[in-house]
Structures are given as structure tokens and as C-alpha cells.
Design a protein around this ligand. Structure first.
Ligand code: THU
Length: 137
């Protein structure tokens, strides 16, 4: 469980993540900060590509960084987008989140890192395709 202060701290870190986004094509700047169970935070910004299809969302950049550093269990991910609207992950990123559990938190904020809401991965992915489907656990 993380308290409100920590959630806002994570949102502010997501803003930091957005500062290194590479988004010349959409100009849609997204930032993410994922908090591992170790306590470490990994930042991400969306990284676009001229081919468009090779673009990676901020959430996955942050999660790939964490997993590649050996962190596979998460407490929460904070996501911020441009403007004042709630930012929630795309469906591909949701599936990547499911890979690492259903009971962790997605915290949504605006471009300034103001808190706008939260959901669990379970809530934003109803009827999930889970690792146990293949692993048979
Ligand atoms: N994007 C993200 O980084 N995260 C999301 O959850 C939605 C979309 C990025 C991908 C692309 O660089 C830009 O936003 C426009 O789709």
C-alpha cells in the first residue's frame, strides 16, 4: 500500500520521465514512473520512431527499464499525459502490466503531476489473459 504523498511523489517523477520523451511526430508527451517492490523507481517517456510502428509508450519504457534491471514486482505506476485530462495506458501497455500481476496500482495525473485518479491493473483489464493460462499454475 502506498499513501497519497507517495502517489503524488510518483506523479512528479512521471513528469520528470516525460521530459526525456522523444515525441516529434505526435507531440503527445507522456511520462511514467514505476515503483518496484524494492522501493526503486524507474522513469520512462514515450519514444517515437519515424516508422511510427516502432514507437514505444512511456509506460513500457519504464517497465522495460525495471525488468531489465531485475525488478519484476511492482507496487504502482504513475502515468501523466499532456494537458489536464486523466492519462491511462493503452491496451498494449495494459497487457504488459498484466504480465507482472493484477493487483498493483495505475495512478493517473495531468501534465503537472497533479493527482487525477487511480485504478488497479485488474480494474482496467477485465477478463485478462494471464501468464497462468500458459504456465498452468
Ligand atoms: N502513448 C504513451 O506513451 N502512453 C499511452 O498510454 C498512450 C500513448 C504515446 C505513444 C505515442 O508516442 C503518443 O503517445 C501518441 O499516441
Amino acid at each position: 500500500m502506498i499513501d497519497q504523498e507517495k502517489k503524488v511523489e510518483l506523479l512528479k517523477m512521471a513528469v520528470k520521465g516525460s521530459e526525456n520523451a522523444h515525441c516529434p511526430y505526435s507531440n503527445f508527451r507522456v511520462g511514467a514512473a514505476v515503483l518496484g517492490k524494492s522501493g526503486k523507481v524507474y522513469l520512462g517517456g514515450n519514444i517515437e520512431n519515424v516508422s511510427y510502428g516502432a514507437t514505444v509508450c512511456a509506460e513500457r519504457v519504464a517497465i522495460w527499464k525495471a525488468v531489465s534491471e531485475g525488478e519484476k514486482e511492482f507496487e504502482a505506476i504513475a502515468v501523466i499525459g499532456p494537458g489536464k485530462k486523466e492519462a491511462y495506458p493503452c491496451a498494449q501497455c495494459r497487457q504488459v502490466m498484466v504480465e507482472f500481476g493484477l493487483d498493483w496500482l495505475v495512478i493517473s495525473g495531468d501534465s503537472q503531476g497533479n493527482y487525477l485518479g487511480e485504478k488497479t491493473v485488474r480494474e482496467i483489464v477485465p477478463f485478462p489473459f494471464v501468464p497462468s493460462a500458459l504456465l498452468g499454475e
